[in-house]
Design a binder for this molecule. Structure first.
Ligand code: ATP
Ligand code: MG
Length: 693
């Protein structure tokens, strides 16, 4: 139909169309900010992509459009959608629009790019590096220790908690005492010391030429509070569009407002029912406040038609979210009729659950559904342990998203620390880690050398001139030479990486039981790195948006293979599959025991269930294992704990589901306990599942 009418936007419904056409053709100075609030699967992201295409087709310069998404994956997905729309239009023989694509990325990655461009103007060293969360925690831990706050009897908050508090203060724009009262009441007694610690922390980052994740937003916001820089930065973009606005925090809203005080050219889309990041300081208030936050009033568009899911899936999802205390956007409808209700499956235990899911996945594939059009979702990364083992056993390829990241493994961290230290010799956390890789070097020596490197004119000289204990003189020299090579090769990427690898690889053998697998990881990392233009670009990218699985690194043929997606619900945001399995729909897992402390936390867990259910297009299976095996006997001497269906699916909702109780053909149905050896294997395999072999 759209080919005939010659209208590239003919497939859109009237409301989507309004959003796509909003203020098109008006001078920028006349435009109103636009807010699209709508439920899951109503085409928000799709509408945003069409709007970008429409802007470009109407003469906007792609390089002056900023598209903010919540992950690198979402950014590239959006780029693809924009490209598709443009291509359709070009085929129709409309204008010969430039095929360029807008600036897109997360708030953090765009912040990092801008910070690189303006570093010198705002007094940052040009060679600054970005500390990841682990480095930031370690730095706080070190300072905490230096300030003698860390002795156990004092019960001062742990380094991870310190970082969480600091991060909350920065991102929420609340002051320390408010944050302590609201989110960390058990740390209130330490307000004074925490304040001092954070001051030291900020100074240390400055001295070491490092920034942390929060700084990427903070510096951006602060640059925008300077009139002159704000002019420069604001003028850089005509249009700013933000997806998943319900999961932004106050600082991000501030950035948006300072970037475009009158709101001209700003579009935000979101769904309050899908807010799932408030544990990190995101707030739905941003959506509520949007209409008043610019000097011009915003236009509001709502979408109510769901194009993703069948009617029965939607009805069940609506029933779950309707129970929420707060008011949510209007109920969605769909015209995709289906006689199949979502399934609620009662199963004896986790191991049976894994078998059941694997069977169903294969059945779906027989019926013509590729593995790629199916997903298995879970609340917490560890919930997929038994399933991963089952999939490996049965040769069903899968990729897991969320949870343990490739970069969190020590050998990868070591290599990246080497690169960071070559880039920025003042970065103490990287230095501390790297120097202790030299056989025979401990913390005291490392500290001494780092002090000398910091004051020396040339850090390489400081290394060369240091006199190590005689028994490690050779090892010391080998490292000093490698570092020298890396510093000198700094502009010849990836020569420096190769030097680091050659020095580091032989160490694996003495350090780890699985040197082969680890050196394969390092080879993969090296290959990936070669694709980047410079060390700096590589380090920034990889720190900000770490690959989630080693398969992210794999060569295209592997990635193009058909595979099943395993994902935490958080990482599944915005996506859709023909078939979705939800594991462990029991109290304690969803809602998670760790997030059931108060009403607000429970409400967020309920929204998580809603997000999971609304990923499904045609088939939704929600599974409730009745018992979980435990490694330690309970006081009653049991080897297992019984579980009950998640409280979010109440008896009143049951008519929305089809019910089945599954009894294994291979077992007697009583859920015979699995031998300990198998359980150990499950845990072990699950721990390593992100590695390819
Ligand atoms: P979520 O809240 O989960 O992020 P969303 O509102 O962003 O969802 P999209 O992902 O943009 O929704 O769209 C959901 C599905 O509906 C996609 O497959 C999309 O292609 C399809 N869709 C959106 N609008 C239309 C339309 N007008 N006609 C046909 N299909 C549509
Ligand atoms: Mg979306």
């Amino acid at each position: 139909a759209q080919e005939k009418s010659g209208d590239p936007f003919a497939a859109l419904n009237p409301e989507q169309r309004q959003a796509v056409d909003h203020d098109i053709g008006k001078a920028l100075s006349q435009q109103q900010p636009l807010l699209i609030v709508a439920g899951a699967g109503s085409g928000k992201t799709n509408t945003l992509a069409h709007r970008v295409a429409n802007l470009i087709l109407n003469g906007a310069d792609p390089q002056r459009i900023l598209l903010l998404t919540f992950s690198r994956r979402a950014a590239s997905d959006m780029g693809r959608r924009v490209g598709q729309v443009m291509q359709r239009v070009l085929k129709l023989g409309a204008t010969a629009a430039p095929p360029g694509l807008p600036w897109s990325g997360t708030f953090h990655s765009i912040g990092a790019r801008l910070l690189r461009d303006y570093a010198v103007q705002i007094g940052l060293e040009e060679n600054f590096t970005i500390n990841d969360r682990g480095d930031s925690e370690d730095l706080l831990g070190l300072l905490r220790h230096e300030m003698a706050l860390s002795s156990t009897e004092k019960r001062f908050p742990l380094k991870g908690t310190c970082l969480a508090i600091y991060s909350r203060v920065v991102n929420s724009r609340d002051d320390l005492s408010t944050v302590l009262n609201k989110q960390f009441p058990w740390c209130r007694e330490w307000e004074k010391e925490l304040g001092e610690l954070f001051e030291r922390y900020v100074d240390a980052k400055q001295e070491q030429h490092v920034v942390d994740y929060d700084d990427l937003l903070l510096f951006w916001a602060e640059m925008l509070s300077d009139a002159e820089l704000a002019q420069l930065l604001g003028a850089r973009f005509d249009y700013v569009l933000v997806d998943e606005y319900q999961d932004t925090n106050r600082l991000q809203a501030d950035i948006l407002r300072r970037l475009k005080p009158d709101g001209a050219g700003v579009t935000a889309v979101g769904d309050d029912a899908q807010s799932i990041y408030s544990f990190r300081g995101a707030t739905v208030r941003n959506i509520l406040d949007f209409p008043q936050q610019f000097s011009r009033p915003a236009r509001l568009v709502t979408l109510e038609r769901n194009y993703r899911s069948t009617q029965p899936i939607l009805a069940a999802s609506n029933a779950v979210i309707e129970q929420a205390m707060e008011r949510h956007t209007k109920t969605l409808w769909s015209d995709k009729v289906s006689s199949q209700k979502p399934q609620l499956i009662l199963i004896p235990d986790e191991v049976e659950q894994a078998r059941w899911v694997a069977n169903r996945v294969l059945e779906h594939r027989e019926a013509g559904m590729t593995l790629k059009s199916q997903a298995v979702l879970f609340r917490t990364s560890s919930h997929s342990a038994a399933l991963e083992l089952e999939l490996i056993r049965r040769n069903i390829p899968f990729v897991k998203f969320g949870g343990l990241k490739f970069l969190e493994s020590t050998h990868i961290k070591d290599l990246l620390a080497l690169l960071r230290l070559a880039h920025n010799p003042n970065g103490r956390m990287a230095g501390f880690r790297v120097l202790q890789l030299i056989p025979g070097v401990g913390p005291a020596t490392a500290r001494k050398v780092l002090d000398q490197m910091a004051i020396a004119g040339d850090p390489v000289d400081a290394l060369q001139n240091f006199t190590p204990p005689a028994n490690i003189a050779l090892e010391w020299q080998a490292f000093a030479d490698t570092y020298d090579l890396m510093r000198r090769a700094g502009r010849q990427w990836p020569t420096d990486l190769n030097a680091a690898r050659d020095w580091y690889l032989p160490q694996l053998e003495h350090k780890y039981e699985d040197p082969v697998a680890r050196s394969a990881d390092i080879e993969q990392l090296t290959q990936l790195a070669a694709g980047y233009a410079s060390r700096e670009k590589f380090l920034t990218e990889i720190t900000l948006d770490p690959p989630e699985a080693s398969s992210d690194f794999a060569a295209p043929p592997y990635r193009d293979e058909d595979y099943l997606t395993l994902s935490t619900i958080h990482s599944a945001k915005g996506q859709e599959w023909r078939s979705v399995h939800l594991l462990n729909a029991v109290d304690g897992c969803l809602p998670s025991d760790l997030a059931s402390g108060n009403e607000a936390e429970l409400a967020e867990e309920r929204r998580l269930l809603y997000v999971a259910m609304t990923r499904a297009k045609e088939h939704l299976h929600i599974i409730t294992p009745q018992r979980f095996y435990v490694t330690q006997q309970t006081p009653q001497g049991d080897r297992y704990m019984t579980a009950i269906r998640t409280r979010f699916i109440t008896p009143r909702m049951l008519p929305h589901f089809e019910h089945s109780t599954w009894v294994s053909a291979e077992q007697n149905g009583s859920g015979t306990p699995v031998p300990d050896s198998v359980k150990m294997l499950v845990r072990q395999r699950a721990k390593n599942a992100w590695k390819k072999n």
